[in-house]
Design a protein around this ligand. Sequence first.
Ligand SMILES: Cc1cc2nc3c(=O)[nH]c(=O)nc-3n(C[C@H](O)[C@H](O)[C@H](O)COP(=O)(O)O)c2cc1C
Ligand code: SF4
Ligand code: SF4
Length: 290
Amino acid sequence: MSTEIYYFSGTGNSLHVAKELQKRLPDTDLIPMLGLVDNEIIIAKGTSIGFVFPHYASTLPKIVRTFVNKLNVESAEYLFAIVTRGGTETMAFLETDKILKGKGRRLDSFYAITMPSGSEPLVKGYATRITKERILRLESKMLERLDSIHKTILAREISRIRDTGDGNRPPSYMVPFLPLLRLITPLLVPLGKLVESSFDFYHDKKCTGCGLCEEVCLADRIRMEDRFPVWQDTIKCHGCFACLNFCPLESIQIKSKFYLKSYTSQNGRYHHPNITAKEIAAQKKVSSIK
Ligand SMILES: Cc1cc2nc3c(=O)[nH]c(=O)nc-3n(C[C@H](O)[C@H](O)[C@H](O)COP(=O)(O)O)c2cc1C
Ligand code: SF4
Ligand code: SF4
């Protein structure tokens, strides 16, 4: 019995969760989706196959959608997914199921895990939400959940409990909107599909031209030109926020758009403390399954 965990991660939460899960499962390979997604055919080899990825605006990232679509899962006797998210309800499992249905399959188990969010620098009040205490608390909750999740996966049990968001502690500004959000979440899926290409990045005066953003960019969209990063308009963004959150000088900002005011210039940054920019960038390098 072998397990393959396919992952995608911009700010390190999903990669960290995938690594922690790997430690708990025997004979398990961690495989980045990104390095394989451009292959015409991708054939999984594991008898147990898992997907670990972030939730973006109600659904799954486009790159994950494309990957799952392409993946041949005939070897799998068991399929599972873990989504990491900032706290709102996710439609990602239903959407993954829709793709798998075309292959005559569905997820046998799925789990949403709340983590500190790498999209928070956009939002007002970052400092009161992304605190050291919250990071530690969510980390220990996540590890506790993995201790039970891995047993379900090992026993190949069915566990399909619909996600209803992280009811524990939504940010106070969200509370009045929660009932409405629950109602409209399924309707947000088409909007979620657009979100990744909707951000305008720029670097401010703090930029030293170190080039880390170019290295970490999961879409290879950032090119250093005259010593400074330029986000290429012709290349589609994954919206992963790796550039925003790994820039060591917090020099990368997002321009406000009509529907979303950006507070990146006033806020700090978040990436998972155990995950390095090198590990994020390494997702681009794997191009075959062992
Ligand atoms: C473009 C984008 C959109 C996001 N949308 C949501 C959202 O609607 N609800 C939520 O709870 N978290 C949202 N998040 C937060 C991520 O789901 C969360 O930070 C996740 O753990 C990131 O995983 P990663 O570190 O592996 O990239 C969003 C993050 C990004 C970058
Ligand atoms: S990582 Fe930050 S400091 Fe380095 S080149 Fe990019 S924007 Fe400039
Ligand atoms: S530009 Fe930034 S958000 Fe877009 S793919 Fe590159 S690292 Fe991710």
